[in-house]
Design a protein around this ligand. Sequence first.
Ligand code: ZN
Length: 134
Amino acid sequence: MNNFLCPKCKGHLRVGDHIIFKVKNDLKQSALLLLSPQIGNYSSVKHPSFEFNQGEVLEFYCPLCNATLKSDIHPNLALILMKDEEGKGFAVYFSKVAGEHSTYETDGESVRVTGENAGLYTYFKVGDKFKKYL
Ligand SMILES: [Zn+2]
């Protein structure tokens, strides 16, 4: 089982079969959003009272320390950390744009790209920026 952690407080964001985020929509309404820990599974769970439109850029926050999860490599990408069963660390970048499916996993050397919209953000360099989180 892979664990997912906040890059700031290193708190566990995965509970059971969900990764839990605090998000804000364009109207600055806050809510909890649950995503799948399976990379490439873009299903999400939210309360029906929280609404956003396809194409809207959501802001993602750590529900534990409230830190923004925005990455410094692209304004549309969020960053969390993943640790696999052997304890190896990866950075996971994913699109904050509702309906956009792009995920990048990197160990600082190679990048694994997932999602049909992943071609939107392939020009960035992740190596050195990720290493500071290890
Ligand atoms: Zn945190």
